[in-house]
Design a protein around this ligand. Structure first.
Ligand code: AMP
Length: 271
């Protein structure tokens, strides 16, 4: 991957105990080649709005970020950084590299805060079985980011840094789009606020009229780009309109406490 260049300025570095530019010596490479897979075209940073996502919480467990009561996340959190193709498809599970939590142990505190699991369900892994949310994201998407990232540590650290640099929650707050259980906001206004801040068009996914996911797209050097490139500059707006109504909400986080919602027989509703 390109070195962590100076534009990656970061509150996160303050949080980190490890040197920012030196992956732990034990970091294992993704692959020496791309296992025959066509190289991806661009990155999509997928963010989640916990106020919407956590409404589905049906069970609590220590690893479910929705269950931290008043400490549950109230900002957009990270879903993943996905290498995608311009035609709308994407590679997945690109190498035999399995997730090793030890490689990112110095990032764990930050990841728990900004890249939390919002479920007790364990997502599937590329090589069978189930694992943590981070393992799923690394194996399914991270391993396909060759040659930009060649190891887990670089991938997770850079995702955190990009997340801080392009702070969607504060862009929306500054434009007056604050969490609310009563207000509805114009979808076009939200998209414009992001376009004005980052000069690139996002893509938004709703659950009914609530924003659930928001994608920011980047060239391989992490310069922002429109999520859909094409002759029709408004195509991202069109894509977002397919999923969202004209007026959308950003629900406040529900304060589910681990003690108030002990694990039930069934796990979270399928996502
Ligand atoms: P992806 O394959 O990257 O689209 O991720 C989808 C998988 O991750 C599905 O199994 C989802 O249920 C799960 N998932 C999505 N978001 C979260 C989250 N915040 N916490 C835990 N699992 C999640």
């Amino acid at each position: 991957m390109p070195p962590l260049t100076s534009w990656l300025v970061l509150p996160i570095l303050v949080l980190l105990a490890a040197p920012a530019t030196t992956p732990p010596a034990r970091a294992s490479p993704v692959a020496s080649s791309f296992d025959g897979q066509r190289e991806f075209d661009y990155f999509k940073l997928a963010l989640q709005w916990p106020g919407t996502y956590c409404k589905r919480t049906r069970s609590c467990c220590p690893t479910n970020g929705c269950c931290r009561g008043s400490n549950s996340p109230a900002v957009f959190t990270i879903h993943g950084l996905w290498p995608d193709y311009n035609d709308g498809s994407w590679p997945s599970c690109c190498s035999g590299s399995s997730f090793d939590p030890k490689e990112i142990s110095t990032l764990t505190n930050a990841l728990e805060q900004y890249w939390p699991s919002l479920s007790c369900s364990k997502p599937s892994l590329c090589h069978g079985g189930k694992g943590t949310f981070w393992a799923h994201e690394w194996e399914k998407h991270g391993t396909c980011s060759y040659p930009v990232f060649r190891n887990e540590y670089d991938y997770f650290l850079t995702v955190l840094n990009v997340y801080f640099k392009y702070n969607i929650t504060s862009v929306l707050n500054d434009a007056g789009y604050v969490p609310s259980n009563t207000e509805k906001y114009p979808l076009g206004g939200i998209i414009s606020a992001i376009e004005n801040a980052f000069h690139a068009s996002p893509q938004i996914v709703c659950s009914k009229d609530s924003i659930e996911e928001l994608y920011l797209c980047f060239y391989k050097n992490f310069q922002p780009r429109d999520c859909a490139l094409g002759s029709d500059i408004k195509i991202d707006m069109v894509t977002s309109k397919k999923s969202c109504p004209k007026y959308v909400s950003l629900p406040e986080s529900v304060s589910v406490g681990y003690n108030g919602l002990q694990s039930r027989v069934s796990d979270d509703v399928a996502l």
